[in-house]
Write a protein of this length. Structure first.
Length: 302
């Protein structure tokens, strides 16, 4: 069956994000499938999957922030910055206290500069860093500014291998592995990411996600449609514009029309019967310029 919309999948640890996309493609029968925001193979959690026409909404559907629950293990550094990597150093003296850690979390809250991990999909001169790292090349990613909106300490065990569980809310593009490594450096003894679960990506939350087993079972019962979210669901935060039939037809034909209002961001555009037409830009003179057209003329006149 073909589908247009979103699937809030719960990626299990051990699969790549690409593996999940391929798995969904086989079961849904839709060639156009993508995902919002890569998760490392060892990580689990929310992986929003786009299907059919929804793939054209990739730049707009992921939201501006993500949330994670992470374990940071202090005292050891690895080359991948997580538990999968080769140990580079060990040196924790066991003196890290909960109070000191809470102070460090405050220091890393807000806008910070972060260097992408060597084993990551970030690119330098067109090649992913992980390819260069596995080839033995000593290439460092370019520092970038990211925003850590919230760092909350959930649990802490002190000792020579102190472990902390933290909840992180951060901007898209933040590497939690790099955050763990930076916390370890600041603590004076190194650290790596023990585990990572993405609990939210934009509007997609862990509580509303579907495991692959649940998706499989729904397909076997002929209820796969129940797993899908409408094509406009992740865009609820954007303002909307409603059009009559004449204006809606002009919009789906790619023509600029008078919107009668001024806005500085993309808007959701609906036709008669609340048919979702796509996204548009309201220009300075109040004209609506089609940006992403998803509906056909037949959908407008039906």
């Amino acid at each position: 069956m073909a589908a247009d919309g979103f699937l809030n999948a719960l990626k299990p640890a051990g699969m790549t994000s690409h593996d999940v996309v391929a798995w969904v493609r086989r079961r849904v029968g839709e060639r156009r499938v993508g995902h919002l925001g890569t998760l490392d193979p060892a990580a689990a959690g929310v992986l929003p999957v786009l299907l059919g026409r929804a793939t054209r909404l990739f730049p707009y559907a992921g939201g501006t922030d993500k949330a994670y629950r992470a374990e940071v293990v202090f005292g050891t550094r690895t080359d991948t910055l997580d538990a999968e990597g080769r140990v580079l150093s060990e040196g924790d003296d066991g003196t890290l206290t909960q109070g000191r850690l809470e102070s460090l979390l405050q220091e890393f809250t807000g806008e910070i500069e972060q260097v992408p991990p060597a084993f990551s999909a970030a690119k330098v001169e067109g090649r992913p860093l992980h390819e260069r790292a596995r080839a033995g090349e000593a290439v460092e990613g370019r520092p970038k500014r990211v925003t850590i909106s919230s760092l909350e300490l959930v649990d802490f065990d002190c000792g020579r291998e102190a472990r902390a569980v933290i909840d992180v809310v951060c901007s898209t593009g933040t590497y939690v592995r790099a955050l763990a490594d930076d916390l370890g450096k600041a603590a004076g003894g190194g650290a790596y990411l023990g585990f990572l679960v993405r609990t939210r990506a934009g509007r997609f939350s862990l509580a509303d996600s579907w495991t692959l087993e649940e998706i499989e079972a729904a397909g076997e019962q002929g209820k796969l449609d129940e797993c899908f979210l409408p094509i406009d669901w992740p865009l609820e935060g954007l303002p909307e514009v409603g059009l009559g039939e004449r204006e809606a037809l002009s919009f789906v034909r790619g023509r600029r029309i008078c919107a009668g209002q001024r806005k500085e961001w993309p808007v959701r555009v609906y036709g008669p019967g609340r048919v979702f037409l796509g996204l548009g830009d309201v220009l300075g003179e109040g004209m609506l310029q089609p940006k992403v057209v998803l509906a056909s003329e037949e959908a407008v006149t039906a």
